[in-house]
Design a protein around this ligand. Structure first.
Ligand code: SF4
Length: 818
């Protein structure tokens, strides 16, 4: 039997009716096993190993409904309800409980237009100032969004276009089941809103309004396989016009007590599996396919039929539509998913394909609330804990550190620079649990294939890097394991550190980097705080103090002061070298160097040689941010571009200076930009060999202007942070040996995990680290050898002091104490 694959599925939508009929026939005639195999193939080709779910809380706004469907236990008569609608306080109380349980979605379920059937509903709405149930739903969704940040999903049934448009401003996605296009089903006799054309009109209007839409079919309510094919084709046809169907739910009928269909047989399992597989084959592959896990005893088989989503899973509320069938616990869902070689990922109510293209698909007012809960792929942030909207006020006392103060509910998820502990992703020895050795060979899917290639010595390309960043669960541990093996092979078990001091000589800057909470000045995004400029004597004194405390390096970085010309950087270098001739001067970003040469009108090579003659020994890799000009246009439009950053480092390498690579990740960009960054810098390293190390700088959002302006995410998740370091270990293998943990942003507990995922260096002691603190980080200001040891000892690794270029320091050991 020839396989029914994607090509045939496409013909189903586009071919002449004669072809369609024959494909219908083949769908109906193909043995179930073959159909399931074809469906899985389509799913795996499109979504790889990923299976999603939405952590959500159910808000049953009203259980009154003007329809009476034969299978429904949700709808209740007024006599059974204390009040026709949940009050605003009740809605908020449920939503807050959801937020505290780590949900991302508030699913509003409700009956359809109860005010048209029950006077009590109409009177309640009127008394509370609403002209319809949909109007009340709009206001409650807005309230939940504002107070909890949970993203509403409005599931209000068959709506008119103006109603869909109204809800679009408060609900990132909406949904309505088509159920069936049969107009003669007994179960729908008392349901005026279940007239097929009403459902199709709603679907169509949602498309015209560019609403990411969830729809689906019910299986086993009296319809035939042909009927299901017709309904799925109608969904596919509407999607072909508008591209708006984000997911299709295939739900099985189960008889419930006290319903019209209580004595009917449940949907047979084979019929259900056939319907799921048929949906996967008929629908465009990009549409996600969902089957609820709580309505099947052995729900793992639903994965065998081609689904890639489990739908909403609530940690706290019952499924109000199927109250007798509670959800499986998340752990069970994960075990079942992973047993089939898949990886589970939480999503938002809006799917990533729509979330990352908000100008088309989302009302402007919702762009930030979505971004605020998103990870880099547009899925839900997956660190455990609560995410509340951040409300800030200006600090009363402004020092060099964070200049805003959080008020209201505190988020408890891990954030770069915050004190919240990270999740244990690799079973770190640091928290006492044994290292979980993942056998890479037991994994399946694209990530497993890439890791297999890495272990055979293959170099990963840009697309493969993007794929690795999609890793979840066991896949993350496998990547960490491979990276850790490479680390051990290349640099052994010692963890290095350098005794250095940061000297941020000025915070006045003419540039307007939108992420920078450090710079002050007339042209910068001025927050609060005091502009300063250290004198050359100040700088020399700080270098002397650092030397006396055992430092071997000073790191010089600062804003681009409007009064500087290029000679300033040469003067600063000389000031340090005159004060402490043995000090390694690690200084000046590619921006400072490029700007210095430009202001003097001097060729870059000449200028760098003059800096070198003055005593400059190496360049930090900062100012790279993300080496993708589309992202730089958002983050730092007036700064050097990708080519200029690379050119500066290339010239520095040619001049005999070493430098490093940094990446600031987790603000507005997606993994494809990370991959570009890694591949571009790797190509330069292959050419010059001048980079000593990679330093990952997770974006610290708290006091960053771009976050305060509601235009960025909250930095990377901890999973993304760990993956960044592990993946670069793999990607740079053979070219760059040292991968550094930025403890100022990651904190000691996170650092311990990264050191078991490919990292081998703790960076510097960084006395007086101001830049991270100015962005809101809590870990800045300084580290000691003892503090480093407190991180490395529990994971059984030795600590070794190094100099800037990874040699042994040629002076007496540090005299720091904790
Ligand atoms: S990141 Fe650097 S160049 Fe950009 S505004 Fe801040 S201090 Fe200035």
């Amino acid at each position: 039997m020839k396989q029914l694959g994607r090509a045939l599925a496409i013909q189903l939508h586009s071919g002449p009716r004669r072809v369609q009929l024959s494909i219908h026939q083949r769908l109906l005639e193909t043995p179930l096993d073959q159909l399931l195999t074809d469906a899985r193939t389509i799913r795996d080709r499109q979504f790889g190993s990923r299976v999603t779910y939405s952590p959500k809380v159910f808000i049953p706004l009203t259980m009154l409904c003007r329809d009476k469907c034969g299978y429904c236990t949700f709808a209740q008569p007024p006599a059974r309800l204390e009040n026709p609608y949940l009050s605003a306080d009740q809605v908020l109380a449920i939503a807050k409980q959801g937020a505290k349980s780590g949900c991302h979605e508030a699913l509003f379920t409700l009956g359809e237009r109860p005010e048209l059937r029950y006077d009590v509903a109409a009177e309640w709405l009127k008394a509370n100032g609403f002209d319809s149930t949909v109007h009340y739903l709009h206001d409650m969704a807005a309230l939940v969004l504002k107070e909890t940040g949970l993203l509403p999903h409005a599931n209000a049934g068959a709506l008119y276009k103006d109603e869909l448009a109204m809800l679009r401003s408060v609900s990132p996605s909406q949904g309505m089941m088509i159920e069936s296009l049969r107009d003669d089903l007994d179960c729908h006799r008392g349901a005026p809103d279940k007239v097929p054309q009403r459902r199709l009109d709603t679907l169509e209007w949602a498309g015209e309004l560019k609403i990411p839409f969830t729809t689906g079919i019910l299986v086993g309510i009296g319809e035939t396989r042909e009927d299901r094919i017709n309904a799925l084709e109608a969904i596919a046809t509407s999607h072909a016009r508008h591209g708006h169907v984000q997911e299709v739910i295939v739900q099985n009928f189960l008889p419930k007590p006290r319903t019209g269909m209580q004595h009917e047989a449940p949907c047979p399992q084979d019929e259900y599996l056939w319907s799921i597989a048929a949906a996967r084959i008929i629908l465009p592959p990009s549409i996600h396919l969902q089957a609820p896990p709580n309505l099947s005893d052995d729900f793992g088989i639903l994965l065998d039929a081609g689904i890639d989503d489990w739908g909403g899973v609530s940690p706290i509320t019952a499924d109000h539509v199927n109250p007798e069938r509670p959800w499986p616990a998340l752990d069970k869902l994960r075990v079942v998913t992973e047993a089939r070689g898949k990886a589970l990922a939480p999503r938002l109510t809006i799917y990533p394909e729509f979330a990352i293209n908000p100008t088309v698909w989302v009302d402007e007012a919702l762009h930030f609330p979505i971004q605020d809960r998103s990870d880099a792929e547009g899925l839900g942030r997956d660190d455990p804990g609560q995410v509340w909207p951040e409300k800030v006020t200006a600090a009363d006392v402004v020092l060099d550190g964070a200049e805003v103060v959080l008020i209201g509910h505190r988020s408890t998820q891990w954030y770069s620079g915050a004190n919240n502990p990270p999740p244990s992703l690799i079973g770190s020895q640091h928290d006492g649990t044994p290292f979980d050795e993942v056998d890479v060979d037991t994994l399946r899917g694209p990530i497993a294939e890439i890791l297999h290639g890495v272990r055979l010595g293959q170099r990963i390309n840009e697309a493969e890097i993007v794929t690795l960043f999609s890793a979840r669960g066991k896949e993350v541990r496998a990547i960490a394991r491979v990276a850790d093996d490479l680390r051990k092979q290349v640099v052994g078990d010692a963890i290095t550190w350098v005794h250095n001091r940061n000297i941020n000589y000025t915070n006045v800057c003419t540039f307007k980097c939108k992420f920078c909470g450090f710079s002050k000045g007339p042209l910068s995004l001025n927050l609060r705080g005091t502009p300063y400029l250290l004198t050359l004597d100040d700088i020399a004194n700080r270098a002397r103090e650092a030397w006396d405390l055992g430092a071997t390096e000073v790191t010089l970085q600062g804003g681009i002061h409007p009064d500087f010309d290029g000679d300033y950087y040469i003067d600063v270098t000389r000031a340090v070298k005159n004060a402490v001739p043995e000090m390694h001067v690690h200084g000046f970003t590619a921006l400072e160097v490029t700007e210095g040469a430009k202001r003097l009108g001097e060729p870059l090579y000449n200028y760098i040689m003059r800096l070198k003659e003055a005593g400059l020994a190496s360049l930090p890799g900062t100012a790279a941010e993300i080496l993708d000009d589309d992202i730089r246009a958002i983050l730092c439009p007036d700064k050097i571009n990708t080519e200029e950053w690379l050119e500066c480092h290339q010239v520095a390498h040619e001049a005999g200076l070493r430098s490093n690579i940094t990446i600031m990740f987790g603000s507005v960009e997606h993994p494809n930009s990370w991959a570009k960054h890694i591949v571009r810098t790797r190509a330069l390293q292959a050419q010059t060999g001048g980079f000593t190390e990679f330093v990952g700088l997770p974006f610290v959002h708290m006091a960053s202007p771009i976050y305060l302006q509601h235009k960025s995410r909250r930095g990377p998740t901890f999973r993304e942070t760990l993956l960044m370091h592990a993946i670069v270990r793999i990607a740079y293998h053979g070219l760059i040996d040292n991968i550094q943990v930025s403890w100022t942003k990651i904190g000691p507990i996170g650092a311990a995990q990264l050191l078991q995922a490919g990292c081998n260096d703790m960076g510097g002691t960084l006395m007086n680290e101001n830049i991270s603190r100015a962005a809101g980080a809590s870990h800045g200001q300084g580290m000691t050898e003892d503090a480093f040891r407190a991180i490395t000892e529990p994971i059984g690794r030795s600590l070794l002091q190094r100099d800037t270029t990874y040699g042994r320091p040629d002076r007496e050991p540090a005299i720091l104490s904790s």
